[in-house]
Write a protein that binds this ligand. Structure first.
Ligand SMILES: C[S@@+](CC[C@H](N)C(=O)[O-])C[C@H]1O[C@@H](n2cnc3c(N)ncnc32)[C@H](O)[C@@H]1O
Length: 237
């Protein structure tokens, strides 16, 4: 994802009603552990620092350059811990996180593995919001100007169709890059999260496809710290 894209998101969403509306259904309590998984520029972490009272506020992205940009944009906001890590292998302990925002990551990743990791790190009663892609998403990429862009849009659409019809995700790779994306349906996501011990409690279809889910089970009184068991080199200082 380009720096220009992240700077645009930062400028568009840092102020205004977008983030409050996104996080409000999570009903975040004080002294909780918050993670933005695939944090990009870190505008959600910035909001959580200034409007909530988290015990820990963590921004994770697998692109080192993006984490550096988020740190720069959030300079002076020392309350956020930044980690360069994959959503498919999150270096946080089991049942250590209360709230997760995961915006625009699942369609780019291995969906079942990300769901498994999120379910693992969430505490019972913990909540997550996903921004997903609906079946019409890749149509917006179609134009008569670029045959390459059209071909990629059609490829993503077909990969998404296969994924939703069969439940199996085909991931195409070019070197170390994954080039295939997917779109999601509420029914498929409900089924997959259900198998991971999570239940959907709110779905928004327009203007964005947002799914809110909760980890099943009763909240435990024993709380594992998200950061304390990590090696210090896993946190980007
Ligand atoms: C569409 S952008 C959204 C960024 C941010 N969540 C926002 O709302 O502006 C997707 C972000 O997820 C990150 N990302 C994609 N796949 C990832 C993965 N498997 N693990 C961690 N981060 C990932 C990208 O580097 C990028 O910053």
């Amino acid at each position: 994802m380009s720096e220009a894209y992240h700077l645009w998101e930062w400028a568009d969403k840092k102020q205004g009603p977008y983030v409050p509306a996104l996080v409000s259904p999570l009903e975040m309590k004080d002294n909780a552990v918050f993670v933005d998984l695939g944090c990009g520029s870190g505008y959600v972490n910035s909001y959580v620092s200034s409007h909530c009272a988290p015990a820990e506020n963590i921004g994770i992205d697998y692109e080192a350059a993006t984490i550096e940009l988020a740190k720069k944009l959030n300079a002076g906001n020392g309350g956020v811990k930044w980690m360069c890590a994959s959503a498919e292998s999150i270096p946080l302990p089991t049942a250590s996180v209360d709230y997760i925002v995961c915006r625009g990551v699942v369609p780019l990743a291995h969906v079942d593995t990300v769901f498994a990791e999120i379910s693992r790190i969430l505490r019972p009663g913990g909540r997550v919001v996903f921004l997903l892609h609906s079946w019409t998403f890749y149509f917006k990429w179609l134009s008569t100007k670029s045959l390459k862009k059209d071909a990629i849009a059609v490829l993503h659409f077909l990969l998404g169709a296969w994924f939703n019809l069969t439940g199996h995700q085909v991931q195409l790779r070019w070197g170390s890059h994954v080039i295939g994306q997917t779109w999601q349906t509420e029914a498929r996501v409900r089924k997959m999260l259900g198998r991971k011990g999570m239940s959907l409690y709110k779905v928004v279809s327009v203007p964005e496809f947002l799914v809110y889910a909760e980890k099943n089970g009763s909240p435990s009184k024993v709380r594992t710290s998200a950061m304390s068991s990590l090696a210090s080199e896993q946190v980007v200082h």
